[in-house]
Design a protein around this ligand. Structure first.
Ligand code: FES
Length: 370
């Protein structure tokens, strides 16, 4: 037994050394850069996903099924992954939430992506994704997920493409045989804009204890509710909402509406949200000072835009992912100066501090390690 263990350990060391040797020989490029020339899904370290199925359920959304490489560690319903694609020779990364159950038996990941008019990656995927396309992936991340143990009452609220993380929560709860009070309230312009409508109809008829409510803002018939979110909608579909935990994801208007109602009701601590939206706090147009990108020896006049945008305007290419303060890919060290976080309005003048470039604007002179 002892000998077997020893030989297993030395076998592992042997493999590890061989891998290290190959990686050293591959320098300056990672071994995966060479392997992808043979098969992009054979990787040593990189996590990637191969598109195995493409489905377009509404005119501006595409649903992709991805087979991840062996590094994929799974996710909790509600979390997001970063998806990277190469467009015109440049890799672009964006965050998307899987819509599938976290227990999906084949281990594949389902993403439903809305093609935003200005969305470089979403437009690219909507137009070009087909089986065989390989994208880069990150491990799942984010604090927007269901707690364990599950609350006794759960209200899921979404709007538009914000349906994906809460759809994942709904499917996960159904897989678990959740027996508490559960309502799924989704907002869309019209019935034709609802992703997963057929599946939601099927859930409503097969699970009488689950309330599925579709609310249309631009359609006066059909559906369960009409118009925008308010207490009447809450009382109609989840009269027990004061005792529930509510999970919300959607466009800024819906987020503001729900947050406002929950504040008035004194229920803000029961509201959990995922905001896939660009920064919203307006910053002063009265800007001055210079931005010093110290690692690149570049100094630029402060334009008042985010540090990520100002770095790009100066011809630099800092790493980024979501561009909305979620993924932390753009984090860099600010060595001096003051910045405002455009999502929270907080100002930071502490030197040698890590900040997120995509949501930070300089106030006066700022030096940053880029
Ligand atoms: S790019 Fe994701 S946090 Fe800045």
């Amino acid at each position: 037994m002892a000998i077997q263990q020893k030989s297993r350990r030395s076998g592992f060391r042997g493999k590890f050394s061989l891998l290290s040797l190959f990686e050293a020989m591959a320098t300056p490029h990672a071994l995966d850069r060479y392997l992808e020339l043979v098969d992009p899904m054979t990787t040593v370290r990189d996590l990637r996903g191969e598109v195995t199925d493409v489905h377009r359920s509404t005119s501006d959304t595409v649903t992709l099924t991805l087979r991840p490489t062996h590094q994929w560690a799974g996710f909790e319903a509600g979390q997001f992954v970063q998806v990277g694609v190469v467009i015109d020779g440049v890799r672009h990364t964006r965050c998307y939430s899987p819509a599938c159950s976290q227990y999906r038996s084949d281990g594949r990941i389902e993403l439903t992506i809305k093609a935003h008019p200005e969305g470089l990656v979403s437009q690219y995927l909507h137009r070009n994704a087909q089986p065989g396309l390989v994208v880069s992936l990150s491990q799942a991340d984010g604090t927007f997920h269901l707690p364990t143990p599950r609350p006794d009452r759960i209200l899921l609220v979404s709007g538009g493409s914000g349906i994906t993380p809460v759809m994942s929560m709904l499917r996960t709860l159904l897989d678990e045989g959740y027996s508490g009070d559960l309502t799924f309230l989704h907002y869309a312009y019209t019935e034709n804009d609802v992703s997963y409508r057929a599946e939601l109809d099927a859930i409503a008829s097969e699970h009488p204890t689950v309330r599925i409510a579709l609310a249309y803002t631009d359609q006066v018939d059909g559906g369960d509710l009409h118009g925008f979110f308010g207490t009447e909608h809450l009382d109609a579909v989840a009269p027990w909402h004061t005792d529930a935990e509510t999970y919300l994801c959607g466009p800024p208007g819906l987020m503001r509406g729900v947050k406002g109602v929950y504040e008035e009701l004194g229920l803000s601590d029961r509201l959990h949200l995922e905001e896939f939206a660009a920064p919203t706090i307006a910053v002063s147009e009265d800007v001055d000072g210079d931005v010093t990108f110290s690692d690149s020896n570049v100094v630029a006049e402060n334009s008042g835009r985010t540090l990520l945008e100002q770095a790009e305007d100066a011809g630099l290419s800092p790493a980024y992912g979501c561009r909305m303060g979620i993924c932390f890919t753009c984090t860099s060290v600010k060595t001096s100066g003051c910045t405002t976080n455009v999502q929270t309005g907080e100002m930071d003048s502490e030197p040698h501090k890590k900040i997120q470039l995509c949501v930070s604007v300089p106030v006066g002179d700022v030096a940053i390690e880029i």
